[in-house]
Design a protein around this ligand. Structure first.
Ligand code: AMP
Length: 409
């Protein structure tokens, strides 16, 4: 395939994170973020490969204006990385929810775009900014291929016994209530990295990937496929997170409605924004602060660390049982990549699964940190890089398909 330049866009409600990658090897040539889109003053942070990061104030009333600033800066003759925006061959868009309609990334045409819009009901907070990003990108770069990469797609390989809840089956049929799982691009990317490191095809590996950041999830990757994952219908289920509660008895919110007359919005806020680390510690959700305060003797901060690690451990045990074995555990995300003490707490007592950490390697955040049969890895995730990788994969497949069709004619 010809060398390509790929722009990756990760649009949140008030931000656009971006990266420019060059194939082959998906070398990142620039990255940055526009924040506080819609405010009177927005901020723009930009970093060119091997250069200092700089930041300035800009005006970006909406995602379209923000993208305009990004493209101008990328093609700025003095500080940019493109001679012209026409050099961009493809744009990769992170799309949070693809429902049951997307089990892999897809080139965006009218039908695909409509399906992404149809998923808004499932992700009313996340899909709309993704859609705004796609619209702005189509407007500014109609000449480039547009590819959607879904957080949920990797988990579409789950079987019904893993993705269904034991609720009235009609809820699934009528309202699409089921486990979707998230962080899929990251889980898939780090699993692929492990396969390359150990020079073993993913098809021969049973892995448990722990993506531990402010949002956190665990996935059982069996023969390269997601067979179970801790996040569910929304990212609220599963692990204890920065501000999300993770698994709880579903009767608890009902009880709070009855005894405190709480509304759906209040419960949503509490379970998503005021729980997890934040809820237990009384206001802290940054692991670095929690570790410091625990060290200084705060019992609640220590408790939060123990609850978090215990929940991850519980999922590792469960997923090893589901897969009937385990070749490796992978840690990624801000916490997974950086906190040796959390990894230690999680892996303590798991020697029955062949897991034992090398204490120095673990403290140094080395790539391989285990001493026994089951390998334990620390692999930095890179969502934008993973999206660029997917874009190339999709376009390569499309080219092969077109070539076959041509040969057939
Ligand atoms: P993420 O959502 O992946 O960006 O991860 C954010 C979480 O990672 C926060 O809880 C941070 O406190 C934590 N984190 C980031 N860097 C470190 C570090 N060096 N040591 C411990 N935790 C970290």
């Amino acid at each position: 395939m010809e060398p390509m330049k790929i722009l990756v866009l990760n649009c949140g409600s008030s931000s656009i994170k971006f990266g420019v990658f060059q194939s082959p090897n998906e070398k990142r040539v620039a990255q940055g973020i526009v924040e506080e889109i819609g405010a009177n003053v927005s901020s723009f942070t930009f970093q060119k490969r091997d250069a200092e990061t700089w930041k300035k104030e800009i005006t970006a009333k909406d995602h379209g204006q923000a993208l305009d600033v990004i493209l101008k800066e990328l093609s700025n003759p003095k500080s940019g990385v493109l001679q012209d925006i026409f050099e961009i061959d493809a744009v990769g868009h992170r799309v949070v929810h693809g429902g049951e309609m997307f089990s892999k990334s897809a080139c965006i045409n009218e039908a695909v775009f409509q399906k992404i819009k149809d998923c808004v009901d499932l992700a009313p907070l996340h899909n709309p900014p993704n859609i705004q990003g796609i619209q702005a990108s189509l407007w500014h770069m109609p000449f480039a291929r547009q590819v959607a990469v879904f957080d949920t797609a990797f988990h579409q390989s789950m079987e019904p016994q893993a993705f269904l809840y034991a609720l009235p089956y009609a809820w699934y049929e009528k309202f699409k209530i089921r486990r979707y799982g998230f962080h899929g691009t990251s889980h898939q990317y780090v699993a692929q990295r492990v396969s390359k490191i150990v020079r073993t095809p993913l098809e021969d590996l049973k892995l448990i990937v722990c993506h531990l950041g402010n949002g956190a999830s665990v996935t059982a990757v069996d023969h390269g496929k997601s067979v179970d994952t801790s996040m569910g219908f929304t990212p609220l289920e599963g692990l204890v997170m920065g501000t999300r509660c993770g698994d709880i008895d579903p009767a608890i919110p009902l009880h709070m409605i009855r005894i405190q007359n709480m509304s759906a919005n209040q419960l949503d806020q509490t379970l998503n924004k005021k729980s997890g680390f934040y809820g237990i510690t009384g206001g802290d959700n940054d692991l670095r602060i929690i570790e410091q305060k625990a060290e200084m003797g705060s019992e609640k901060h220590q408790l939060a660390l123990e609850m978090f690690s215990r929940r991850v451990k519980k999922y590792i045990g469960a997923y090893a049982a589901i897969m009937g074995g385990l070749d490796g555990v992978v840690f990624t995300g801000g916490i997974g990549e950086n906190s040796g003490s959390i990894r230690k707490m999680i892996c303590e007592g798991l020697d029955f699964l062949g897991i034992e950490l090398h204490s120095d390697f673990n403290n140094e955040n080395r790539t391989c940190i285990s001493t026994k049969r089951t390998a334990v890895f620390v692999i930095p995730t890179d969502e934008e890089m993973a999206i660029a990788h997917e874009v190339i994969h999709v376009l390569e497949k499309e080219m092969q398909f077109n070539q076959k069709a041509e040969n057939f004619q």
